[in-house]
Design a protein around this ligand. Structure first.
Ligand code: ZN
Length: 282
């Protein structure tokens, strides 16, 4: 990619949550935050691999960078920005919004913005919460985001457990105590009588590229943009493995094999841009 921002509206968006393989919510023991600096770091290498894939495919994306990562790898943040990608915040310490409460969330958010600024990104206006954790338990987080000057959020998953199947699947404006904010939900589809995250996580990893692309096409025909999300650790050729509870084991390890090649075919089969390139943002 040339690095010159082509701001033409795109049908779909590609996003990356820039975090380490050990940034999981709700785990302690050997993956407890106090141990993070002692664990093998993979984020710089795997994020650079993703940058290469996006460059090869000519795609500008949105990178939600964790403040913890920005503090340790400011040059990586610079590489992302200089490649023409949009940089958003994924919070600082990768904690769920509803666990840290409004004051804790505001502190964590401000700290992440300060880290991104120190890494050379002066304006951060888009947010994604760890583990899609803006839901009915934490709608106040949208007020905090708007009050802090954020104009878009991509945290509300139309999926049970992490969000709600009742949440809209299309970009929509939400009113908050501090003004409106644009909500950009991650891509889901209906499959086997359930809502499935075909645009991220195990849903994206288990689906064939052809199926993902067909689902994107039919959503686009209905006027819905697909917002896809990956993590750098999902394309790690040699991911560190640890014992995890079943739900996290599934979320983190299910069908990683061959994912990078499948992702490559998805990237080449549909039109993607950054979140701010979506028609809803123009
Ligand atoms: Zn995350």
């Amino acid at each position: 990619m040339s690095g010159s921002a082509d701001q033409r509206a795109r049908a779909n968006a590609f996003t990356v949550d820039v975090e380490e393989w050990f940034h999981m919510c709700g785990v302690g023991g050997e993956l407890a935050p106090a141990r993070w600096d002692a664990l093998p770091s993979r984020v710089a290498e795997t994020t650079r691999s993703l940058l290469g894939e996006l460059d090869d495919a000519g795609i500008r994306a949105t990178f939600f960078v964790l403040g913890w990562v920005a503090d340790r790898y400011p040059a990586l943040v610079q590489e992302i920005a200089q490649a023409g990608h949009e940089v958003g915040s994924h919070g600082y310490s990768h904690r769920r919004a509803y666990e840290i409460g409004p004051a804790g969330f505001a502190d964590d958010l401000r700290r992440s913005v300060a880290s991104l600024r120190a890494a050379g990104v002066p304006n951060v206006a888009t947010f994604r919460a760890p583990e899609w954790s803006i839901n009915d338990r934490s709608l106040w987080a949208l007020d905090v985001l708007a009050a802090e000057g954020f104009t878009a959020d991509a945290s509300m998953a139309p999926l049970r457990i992490v969000g709600s199947v009742d949440y809209p699947r299309h970009p929509h404006v939400r009113q908050t105590a501090a003004g409106s904010i644009l909500e950009l939900p991650p891509f889901v589809t209906d499959r086997f009588g359930h809502v499935m995250p075909i645009g991220w996580g195990w849903g994206l990893r288990m689906s064939s590229p052809a199926r993902v692309l067909r689902t994107i096409e039919s959503a686009n025909r209905a006027g819905i943009p697909a917002v896809l999300t990956v993590h750098p650790w999902e394309i790690d050729q040699d991911p560190p493995r640890v014992a995890l509870p079943p739900r996290l084991r599934f979320a983190h390890y299910f069908r990683l094999g061959g994912f990078r090649e499948r992702l490559r075919r998805v990237l080449r089969g549909a039109e993607f841009g950054a979140l701010s390139d979506l028609a809803a943002c123009h």
